[in-house]
Ligand binder design. Sequence first.
Ligand SMILES: CSC[C@H]1O[C@H](OP(=O)(O)O)[C@H](O)[C@@H]1O
Length: 349
Amino acid sequence: MSGMIKPVEWKETYVKVLDQTLLPEEVKFMEIRDAQVMWDAIKMLCVRGAPAIGVGAGYGVAIEMQKHVKESTTEYHKKLKETIEYLATSRPTAVNLFWALDRMKETGEKYADESNEVCQKALEETAINIEKYEENACISIGENALTLLKDGMTLLTHCNAGGLATVHYGTALSPMLLGKERNINFKVYADETRPLLQGARLTAWELNQAGVDVTVITDNMAGMVMKQGKIDAVIVGCDRVAANGDAANKIGTYSVAVLAKHHNIPFYIAGPVSTIDMNTPTGDDIPIEERSAEEITCGFGKRTVPEGVKVYNPAFDVVPHELITAIITDKGIIANPDKEKVAQVVNAK
Ligand SMILES: CSC[C@H]1O[C@H](OP(=O)(O)O)[C@H](O)[C@@H]1O
């Protein structure tokens, strides 16, 4: 899909980042030249979505380290360690952030005895390869999803797991976008996804741009459209899948999964294996980001909650693996996921 806007792009002397907080009204890019601005961009969801966060963090390390190439090797590697640790504090839930930073750390260790210039080139190549992996993973996820989703189906999705959350086609949206190119057409209901409205602002924008039939509904309408028999399948993204198949995704996903179970509607999680964290045993062990009350009390500048009233704003919830029909990854489909089945796909050569 050549016309697709890249959310994060390496430009050699800066990182070009689409500021997703301004969509759908404004398409505006940031030129990021240091780790601090990349940290802010990730924290503020200018760049967001598990794979895109990992790609952004990788490039954030690479662009920051350009400033330190002329320093001593000791200083260069001290700065590299500090930069990686700093970017790791931007958001806690999406495991791709840590997966990407670990790749950068490994490269730094591998080239510790080389010149700073050689190490810098290797860091930039590692970050570029992270992007290439995530791009290819999205295409594979789309291909695998299209073995389950048939032309003419009506799908429901939550939040945004499209090209804006990854590098290209996305994960949950990949079958819709890839399908469109192959004349396999879906009708999509997109939950607006409070409080930051990634579904209304981003999924609707992406799918509409691609000519996919999309209808925005409020989050509390998901049950009704299922009860009306409108939905053939649910497909959503993920931010971290635990070793037993429990999946963390945007807040509200658990409710959708329970509703889908009640209505006997297949519920698919789509994500690359870089989002599966074998070091996190179950969903109870996934750190859930809590975000500022203002996202709810003054969403998009309009106060809707009285001053002084308490607010709870977890950014994610966890779908237990028992509610997941299949996890669609780039390395294969994990039907009725459990610890053994997840390990089988993750460890497959
Ligand atoms: C392809 S990962 C998409 C995933 O990330 C989103 O979270 P956020 O917008 O806070 O970065 C949401 O959970 C999506 O499903």
